[in-house]
Design a protein around this ligand. Structure first.
Ligand code: ZN
Length: 120
């Protein structure tokens, strides 16, 4: 009888211990599942924020590209105007030789090609 009782005690102990282990296992499973869900939610939020930042930066870059293109177009128009103005000034500041048609600078008194006197 004593042996039977002691076996029973051991069985009870093992049973109680395995129930505690099962409880702990369930608890750990729940904790882990909850933690994984929280982490996934946090990651999804971060990805959303990151996406919003990327889109915002992309809009800024697009706006800057448009502005840069406008500035380049304006600069091109200005340089074209400057070029035309310089060409007109070049024409104003030359004296065409009546003899050889050479384009002398405006301050020349004689043609540097043929020596013909140039009118003032
Ligand atoms: Zn000449």
């Amino acid at each position: 009888m004593r042996s039977h009782n002691s076996n029973q005690i051991v069985d009870d102990y093992v049973y109680a211990a395995s129930r505690r282990i099962d409880k702990l296992k369930n608890h750990i499973d729940q904790e882990l599942t909850s933690w994984i869900e929280d982490t996934q939610n946090t990651l999804a939020k971060l990805q959303g924020k990151q996406q919003a930042v990327v889109e915002s930066e992309q809009r800024k870059i697009n706006a800057m590209l448009t502005e840069t293109q406008n500035i380049l177009n304006h600069a091109w128009v200005l340089s074209e105007q400057l070029y035309q103005t310089m060409q007109q000034e070049d024409k104003l500041e030359t004296k065409i030789c009546p003899n050889c048609s050479y384009e002398n600078a405006a301050n020349c008194k004689f043609c540097i090609k043929c020596g013909t006197r140039l009118s003032e």
